[in-house]
Write a protein that binds this ligand. Structure first.
Ligand SMILES: Nc1ncnc2c1ncn2[C@@H]1O[C@H](COP(=O)(O)OP(=O)(O)OP(=O)(O)O)[C@@H](O)[C@H]1O
Length: 406
């Protein structure tokens, strides 16, 4: 990798991630695209948008890291739309997501920003057989592979792959297999990779497999922390955990709260407990509902009609639900061999505090193991948690809610 093509973001610059000195005019955008950006009131590009949009339009391979909620979606969507030739009726861009919910969200952002540009945006979902006629197609990795295997011609003119949450796409064995297959379908296509978190293994994959990428890296792990989010530890006994969560959600003033659990079994148990208390909660989990019901629930959450959503790590990454003012970790995330999963923790936290708003995270400590895991997370991100009781959480949330006033 040519060292001049590596842009390091260091601590001094971490505060300015939501804006940049540049303007949209500096990015040489198509007039209609510029109009659409103005319509949604994005006054200036964020830092990551300023750094990447022009490079994407110019056809560079990019691997870019930026904190949660700092506008990475806008960066790759605007860059891709600016590059697409609307007069060439062929599939030119494929945007890959790891979940159905993120795929739908990326499709929505593409659709909004492509309005009246003449660019057709398509989406495929599990079970779809035909490649829709479009310039840009959004899909999850497995569905895309199945579709392109059956329709090899449809990918002939592809000029860009976008990997959203690229680290999960490149590290999960099943996903990586799909990505390798997709890449082999269009080996010369431009490669665009975005995430808040990259592991050394992912950087290594990029340096071996992606030709001359421009990389944007956050140097220090603590610079990934969201300073606008207060993170609390709330202690209880293991047998009181569900009661404690009930006390929190029934006492504090919620817009939307997302509760993360590590397993569907734990999720079912908490769901049953809260329902038995007469508290209405919603659930999104794979294998617990049809895909259509998942779509309906996420739409409800998007419209602000859901107070409490129970989920697994399925929704830990990528989804942008701007009125989530509180995240509860019923248990710290664990990966393989039940080792604490730092990156998933960071992504869970990032479901609140979107685009610089304030947010609250409550980590439930209910046994020795969770206590140790949270200690390890504090050390890893060099960010001490605040020890709190319900009163402290309630009063912090009241201040936070000023950011959520309509
Ligand atoms: N230039 C901008 N001006 C104002 N708001 C913006 C701008 N760009 C993006 N946003 C808003 O910021 C929010 C977060 O953006 P986005 O979802 O792209 O973050 P992200 O960096 O992909 O986060 P994550 O890593 O958690 O997926 C969105 O609600 C989006 O509408």
């Amino acid at each position: 990798m040519d060292p001049s093509d590596v842009i390091h973001i260091n601590n001094g610059e971490a505060d300015s991630v939501y804006s940049s000195e540049g303007t949209w005019d500096d990015l040489m955008l198509k007039p209609k695209l510029l109009e659409n950006i103005q319509k949604i009131n994005w006054a200036t590009p964020t830092k990551i948008q300023s750094l990447t949009i022009l490079l994407i339009t110019q056809g560079r391979n990019i691997a870019a890291q930026s904190k949660n909620g700092t506008g990475k979606t806008g960066a790759f969507v605007i860059g891709a739309l600016n590059r697409i030739d609307k007069d060439f009726a062929a599939l030119q861009v494929v945007c890959i997501s790891h979940t159905r919910e993120l795929n739908q969200q990326n499709f929505n952002v593409f659709t909004t920003l492509a309005e009246s540009t003449g660019i057709i945006v398509g989406i495929i979902k599990k079970g779809d057989r035909e490649v829709p006629k479009c310039h840009v197609l959004c899909g999850t990795q497995g569905t895309l592979v199945n579709m392109f295997r059956a329709n090899q011609n449809s990918i002939r003119d592809l000029r860009m792959f976008i990997y959203d949450e690229c680290d999960i796409l490149l590290t999960h064995p099943g996903n990586l297999e799909s990505i390798t297959t997709l890449r082999s379908c269009a080996p010369n296509a431009q490669q665009i990779l975005f995430s808040a978190t990259f592991t050394e293994k992912v950087w290594e994959f990029i340096s071996i497999n992606i030709q001359n990428p421009t990389t944007i890296r956050i140097e220090r792990v603590e610079d990934l922390n969201l300073d606008n989010v207060d993170q609390f530890l709330l202690e209880c006994e293991e047998h009181e955990k569900e009661t404690k969560i009930y006390e929190v959600i029934s006492r504090v003033s919620l817009k939307t709260c997302i509760v993360f659990l590590n397993t569907k079994k734990h999720l079912d148990s908490l769901h049953e407990f809260l329902t038995s208390k007469g508290y209405k909660v919603h659930v999104i989990a794979a294998d617990r509902m049809t895909e259509e019901v998942r779509d309906q629930v996420i739409e409800k959450v998007r419209r602000g009609e859901v107070k409490v959503l129970l989920t697994t790590n399925l929704l830990a990454r990528g989804v942008d639900l701007r009125h989530i003012n509180m995240v509860i970790n019923a248990e710290p995330p664990e990966g393989e061999k039940r080792v604490v999963d730092y990156h998933t923790y960071l992504h869970r936290v990032g479901r609140t505090g979107r685009f610089g708003r304030r947010g609250v995270v409550v980590n439930i400590v209910s046994d020795q193991r969770s206590r140790q895991n949270y200690r390890d997370i504090e050390t890893y991100f060099n960010k001490p948690f605040l020890k709190a009781d319900l009163d402290a959480i309630t009063s912090t949330l009241e201040q936070v809610n000023e950011d959520y006033a309509i």
